[in-house]
Ligand binder design. Structure first.
Ligand code: T46
Length: 138
């Protein structure tokens, strides 16, 4: 079981019904497993470049939950004081990315699919992409 050390984070455990070989079903309901109203979803697939680095930013206000619904990747978290890397392999386990949590995604398997649930629209001005600016805001 993952133990989170970084601030502004959390763990979401989806409900699941395992029915091999006929598939695995995962369920997240708002106000139950999902702690906010979902306004936007996005997903990332075809991660053919396994040395790719995505993320490398924090958000000012946005709350998100990130899942690895297929394959694997490493989620690197940094709250400005503490750093933690999580190998994302369980499709039923999401990590809450709260405000002011620097995150990068690395070490993708070829079959990796990342799903993100967000509590707000895309807002360019909500991104902190400069690490020095991020540490000043902490
Ligand atoms: C995050 C991590 C986990 C949009 O126009 N609308 C959107 O909703 C999103 C998510 C992105 N974009 C545009 C902005 C960029 O021009 O898509 C382009 C690629 O986005 P970005 O480089 O930010 O992608 P990642 O994978 O580095 O980060 C994404 C999210 O943007 C970010 O909020 O927390 O996934």
């Amino acid at each position: 079981m993952i133990k989170l050390k970084v601030k502004n984070s959390g763990i979401v455990k989806l409900q699941n019904f395992d029915d091999p070989p006929d598939g695995y079903l995962y369920i997240g309901t708002v106000k139950k497993e999902i702690p906010f109203a979902i306004k936007r979803i996005y997903y990332i697939n075809k991660l053919a470049n396994k040395i790719a680095i995505r993320g490398k930013h924090a958000h000012k206000k946005l709350h998100q939950i990130i899942f690895c619904i297929n394959g694997k990747f490493t989620l690197n978290l940094d709250d400005g004081n503490t750093k933690q890397s999580i190998r994302m392999t369980n499709p039923g386990l999401g990590i809450i990315l709260g405000p002011l949590l620097w995150h990068t995604m690395t070490k993708f398997s070829k079959d990796c699919v990342i799903l993100v649930l967000a509590d707000d629209d895309y807002k360019k001005e909500d991104y902190i992409r400069d690490y020095t600016e991020f540490t000043k805001l902490i």
